[in-house]
Ligand binder design. Structure first.
Ligand code: GDP
Length: 164
């Protein structure tokens, strides 16, 4: 009996990644290379100065924390590099690659991660990643919403003129 080959195709997932303001200039290229080496597809990438309102929305679950204002000021202090990453289990894979929130504490274990490598302290920890697939959709919409809408409109216009 001939062996039947079963191919299972896993659907990719998307997540939002941010390279935080103090890390962009010095380490952007190394981080982008690490992302590509790990097998993520970068669907969109842009440098963006997030508004205070957007950052407050991004971190709304932390608004009662004593460090919230410090976090908002830090994330407003310069441009971030924003990326939409795609891969099977992208949310989990990107967070695993980022490592724990506090790079100083994480350095006490041997586990290598982007935050261990590039983070300075618990606030200035180099990178952001969505915490779930639902949050990823919301965060991608928050950061890339207008860009994606403009692109969709541009491609619709292109299609319309091509079929006219
Ligand atoms: P993440 O998902 O690992 O980024 O962690 P959280 O969602 O809990 O926190 C969001 C961001 O707030 C972190 O990435 C840090 O930049 C900052 N942050 C978290 N905990 C602390 C803290 O205890 N002190 C300070 N100063 N910043 C923190």
């Amino acid at each position: 009996q001939a062996e039947q080959e079963i191919q299972v195709v896993f659907p990719p997932e998307q997540t939002l990644a941010l390279i935080k303001p103090d890390t962009v200039e010095e380490h952007k290229d190394e981080i982008l290379k690490a992302i590509q080496d790990a097998g993520f597809s970068i669907l969109h990438m842009m440098a963006v100065c997030l508004s205070q309102a957007d950052i407050e929305k991004l971190y709304r679950k932390l608004q009662d924390k004593p460090f919230f204002n410090q976090l908002v000021d830090f994330m407003c202090s310069g441009p971030c590099m924003a990326l939409i990453l795609s891969k099977f289990r992208a949310v989990h894979e990107w967070r695993a690659m980022m490592g724990p929130t506090d790079p100083c504490q994480a350095r006490e274990t041997a586990a290598e991660s982007l935050r261990v490598h590039f983070g300075k302290d618990i606030l200035h920890n180099a990178v952001h990643g969505s915490s779930s697939s639902e949050r990823a959709n919301e965060e991608i919409h928050l950061v890339f919403g207008d860009v994606c809408r403009e692109e969709n409109q541009a491609s619709l216009l292109h299609e319309a003129s091509a079929t006219a």
